[in-house]
Ligand binder design. Structure first.
Ligand code: 5GP
Ligand code: MN
Length: 332
């Protein structure tokens, strides 16, 4: 009885979905975009919705706002994500998995030029920047919301779409391990498996194809790990120099922060990435109680309670001191 209740989608969210669907049916041309520094939820959600709208014979364009990490190239129809010239006046922009307009990169311009913006996201820090905001922080991944959304369109989810949605959900839940994973997450995953996806193929591509460069980078970076607050906080830094030394790219830092978080004494893990001169991208993770979204929001970033990020425009050592001070305050 209880479980059936949990399984039902919030009525107001469902109403918003139906309003969005009406707009989609009427739109002549549609752009879909997501946040810069793309991840699995971002790319999987973009591709699944892109494929679904194409099945409806919609003129849909999936916008590339940043480089796609090589390890997502295995996804079906990845070629749908590409560059487009900016248009002055467009019907509809659908933003996926992005908590604010700035995070959309060049997509933010497309959104500003659109008559209507539909915002589908699960970040607690979402600014409700759309005309229609389908925002649910209880969803483990935007892929869950996109699954619900496509189910309400006149489209059957095929194996390619299901592969992308499974990728979205698996990556944003740390393979169904993080606290955002719910009964519903598993139900959706089960439905996707029923459609006929090859979970072994997906898992090998997502988790068992790390390049040697990526592994060497991890080893090198871990050597400089700093522990603070009685070993409850771990900090690692990735400079351009370390990347060069290991012939690695910034996308190869994927997985480093979870490695730190998984140490037994750790509550909070912090990764600082030197993106350029006076530009440091910060990732935070926590295990049980520190709300890292709150910390990142102070620096105009955002995310979730247990995973968040922000950018500090300063030199790397100063950035480290600045974020350390904020994290220490959160521990008090
Ligand atoms: P990551 O550390 O993997 O880059 O991001 C962790 C989570 O925080 C993701 O959900 C991501 O979308 C969000 N996030 C990362 N950086 C930013 C940022 O600069 N601004 C906002 N609003 N969210 C971010
Ligand atoms: Mn997400």
């Amino acid at each position: 009885m209880m479980r059936k209740e949990e399984n039902r989608m919030d009525k107001s969210l469902e109403n918003l979905m139906y309003r969005a669907i009406e707009i989609i049916y009427e739109a002549e041309s549609i752009y879909i975009g997501s946040h810069v520094q793309p991840d699995g939820d971002n790319i999987g959600s973009l591709l699944a919705l892109g494929m679904a709208l194409k099945k409806l014979d919609k003129n849909v364009k999936v916008l590339k706002v940043d480089n796609i990490p090589d390890y997502y190239e295995f996804l079906p129809k990845i070629e749908l994500i590409r560059d487009y010239e900016i248009e002055d006046n467009l019907d509809l922009f659908i933003a996926l998995d992005s908590s604010d307009m700035e995070r959309l990169g060049i997509g933010g311009q497309f959104a500003k030029n659109a008559n209507t913006v539909i915002n589908i996201d699960h970040h607690i820090s979402n600014t409700n920047f759309g005309d229609i905001n389908i925002v649910s922080p209880s969803a483990a991944a935007t892929g869950e919301l996109v699954y619900e959304f496509i189910n309400r369109l006149d489209v059957e989810i095929d194996v390619n779409m299901a592969t992308c949605l499974y990728t979205a959900i698996s990556t944003d839940t740390g393979s169904f391990m993080y606290s955002n994973t719910s009964y519903k997450t598993h139900l959706i995953a089960a439905e996707l498996i029923k459609i006929g996806i090859d979970t072994s193929y997906i898992n090998i591509n997502l988790y068992q194809k790390k390049s040697l460069e990526r592994t060497r980078l991890l080893i090198d970076v871990l050597k400089n790990m700093e522990m603070h607050l009685d070993n409850r906080l771990g900090i690692v830094v990735v400079t351009q120099e370390i990347l060069n030394n290991n012939n690695a790219k910034m996308e190869d830092t994927e997985g480093i922060i979870s490695f730190i978080r998984d140490i037994d004494t750790i509550e909070t893990a912090c990764l600082l990435k030197e993106m350029g001169e006076n530009e440091v991208k910060i990732s935070l993770r926590s295990k049980e109680w520190v709300d890292v979204s709150k910390i990142c929001t102070k620096f105009k970033g955002g995310g979730h309670k247990r995973a968040a990020g922000c950018t500090l425009y300063m030199e790397i050592d100063e950035a480290k001191d600045t974020i350390l001070e904020e994290i220490e305050m959160a521990f008090r």
